[in-house]
Design a protein around this ligand. Sequence first.
Ligand code: SF4
Length: 224
Amino acid sequence: MTKRIKISIDKAEAAQRIKRIYPVLKEAYPNATIALKFVNPLELLIATILSAQCTDKRVNMVTKDLFKKYKSPADWIETDVEEIQNDIRSTGFYRNKAINIKGACEKIVEDFNGKVPATMEELLTLPGVGRKTANCVLGDAFGIPGITCDTHVIRLSRRLALSDNKDPVKLEFDLAEIVPKRNWTKFSHLIITHGRTFCMARKPNCPDCPIAKYCPAANKPGLW
Ligand code: SF4
């Protein structure tokens, strides 16, 4: 087994590295965007809650029919939680997800006039919504910059020596210091896409990676 080497992070160097890799990734993935399918903030909120411990592909399969049945917060509120659980069962952890979705919709109606709120502070008051979900909704439904720290962003941040924090909230704050705010949402999509395309967890494809020359972990299994 390869011994994992401790990585050292220099924030100024990390910011420079981002400056270099960002345009390369943008060119490599001109269409990088969120994989979840949605047409309004409510759908994205629900899809993001469903995506916990589930693939985006599976969520999209489920929401295809789900969003025909549930179109408004009222539709979720008026449905028994057991029925919701049944409708979302294949996304896993369906019991809690159903309770959270129903609770979030109740709060949206009671406190936010039936509309998904568009601030981090307000989104965090909804059951089942943490910073990752909130950033996703802010960035992709409202166009308000947000860094989404999923498993790919955590892994690639370490390999690229941007941050060694595995805690998504601490990592988000680290990245917020070194990624220009206007790029937060796009940066997340690019890193996630790169994590799926070249920089996979088990065997990254360093030889073909377009940002290998900027990556401290390139071809160094001890840094993966
Ligand atoms: S060089 Fe390797 S470790 Fe670095 S980003 Fe590319 S695929 Fe990942």
